[in-house]
Design a protein around this ligand. Structure first.
Ligand SMILES: Nc1nc2c(ncn2[C@@H]2O[C@H](COP(=O)(O)OP(=O)(O)O)[C@@H](O)[C@H]2O)c(=O)[nH]1
Ligand SMILES: [Mg+2]
Length: 263
């Protein structure tokens, strides 16, 4: 695929009570590499919205808290509507380094990838950088399971730092996904099912009190749901189709085949 000429890069920030970290995150975004920053507020009860307004962000507001997946649905729909060629999700909790936006979009700009993940486990220093050991172990284990199911060799799937080429978000049916955290894994399974190319870059790991709300129980439930998703994907590949993995493109392209029979 040809390299892109000056693509429109839209950063989306799914926010929920990110008042303490939003400004810091925004300030570190390299503005010359980003055309637009969209913030979707998912019913925050803190100062997130005031700060977002002060910063002059493009803001969309949910009337209550629907969840992290629901937030991403609005983020991607609005980024597409704004004409994005590349969409980068940057969590407003300062967990992922905003200065790496040019690096994470680079494989897409060069035409070599459709989705790029910012991996915290690519360099082997995640534990030293503060990732809790039980998150590290379960992340490694689940990433191994997902690699086998998807036929890939990625170092992790559980990062919130992701870049998408426009066509990916127009093709996979992400609106069908969960409103909760499992959205992140569902969209990757959809990307794999639609045969888009996934690449990864190494990003540092950051853990501090505001960086993560996931408890041990939350994470265990999340892990089990990932195993369920992987099993469902494997069934789909063996012919037990799931609508989730049917791309919108496939549905459209089946239409011409149907037309003659309508005559
Ligand atoms: N917890 C939570 N986070 C949300 C929601 N909507 C958007 N977010 C944002 O999603 C990001 C990820 O949430 P976080 O608790 O840090 O999860 P983790 O870092 O994956 O453990 C944060 O930047 C939140 O601001 C929501 O409904 N719940
Ligand atoms: Mg976080």
């Amino acid at each position: 695929m040809k390299p892109m000429i000056a693509p429109k890069v839209v950063v989306v920030m799914p926010a929920y009570n990110a008042g303490r970290t939003l400004k810091m995150t925004y300030e570190e975004l390299p503005k010359d590499a980003v055309n637009l920053v969209i913030l979707v507020d998912d019913g925050s009860t803190d100062t997130t919205l005031d700060i977002a307004r002060d910063l002059g962000l493009e803001i969309f507001v949910h009337n209550r808290n629907y969840g992290y997946g629901a937030n991403q649905k609005t983020c991607y729909a609005e980024a597409l509507r704004a004409g994005a060629d590349i969409v980068v999700m940057v969590h407003p909790d300062y967990q992922y380094d905003p200065t790496l936006v040019p690096a994470i979009i680079d494989p897409i700009v060069r035409g070599e990838a459709d989705v790029v993940l910012g991996s915290r486990l690519k360099t082997g220093s995640a534990l030293r950088q503060g990732m809790p050991w039980w998150k590290y172990v379960s992340n490694r284990f689940l990433s191994g399971v997902e690699n086998r199911a998807f036929g890939l060799a990625l170092s992790e799937y559980h990062t919130g730092y992701r870049a998408f080429r426009r066509e990916v978000l127009e093709t996979v049916n992400f609106q069908l996904n969960s409103d909760g955290f499992i959205f992140d894994q569902q969209i990757i399974a959809q990307v794999v099912a639609a045969r888009f190319r996934i690449d990864e870059i190494a990003v540092p790991t950051r853990y501090f009190p505001e960086a993560s709300s996931a408890s041990l129980v939350d994470s265990s439930v999340y892990g089990l749901r990932i195993l369920g998703l992987v099993a469902r994907y494997a069934l789909h590949r063996r012919g037990v189709r799931s609508r989730r993995f049917d791309s919108l493109r496939a549905r459209y392209s089946r239409l011409p085949a149907l037309l003659p029979s309508l005559k």
